[in-house]
Write a protein of this length. Sequence first.
Length: 213
Amino acid sequence: MPKYFPLFLDLQDKPCLVVGAGEIATRKAAQLLHYGARLTVVAPEASGTVREWAQEGRVHWHQREFRDSDVEGMLLVVASTDNSQVNRAIFDAASGRGILANIVDVPDLCNFVYGALVERGDLQIAISTSGRSPAFARHLKKEMEAQFGPEYAEYLEILGEARALGREKLPDAADQKAAYGRILEMDLLGLIREGRGDEARRRALACISPSSD
């Protein structure tokens, strides 16, 4: 198995292709849409969800079999079909053009893999076993979801606001680092869990600029 490089991609308005429109392919398409991809779907038949997306203009659905030219200009390609020859053709067409490709549940036909993802606002924790045990990755995801609750979304918003204020108020990098360190040592998460998010925000920003308190 290859050793995969962990990477977070900006898919906003980026061209992506999904080949197939059954249950699994629809789930993969939904993930890409969630992150703003400009999505094309190629499949002779499609799930009701994909048909609705197409009617709403959220995806471009080509109701036909895959053609090699479908991968042209795509950032990445995801495929889920029940035909091994078609799967191989999709992977060869994409990888031959230097395009990222993932043939679902066929590790040998993937040059990128999905991680099990925990999301809390802008906080993203991706878990990968490099394709060796997706079930274990899902198991770890459940543990991480219990460990990192919804309060982390608000916490990260506060940290982001403090960082922006630090860049404005503290021109010296050492002062910024010291202020961020003080903020991270505070029990802001505890305050947020108690419903005292505003207080957590005030305390964090006061570490940057006392006038923010």
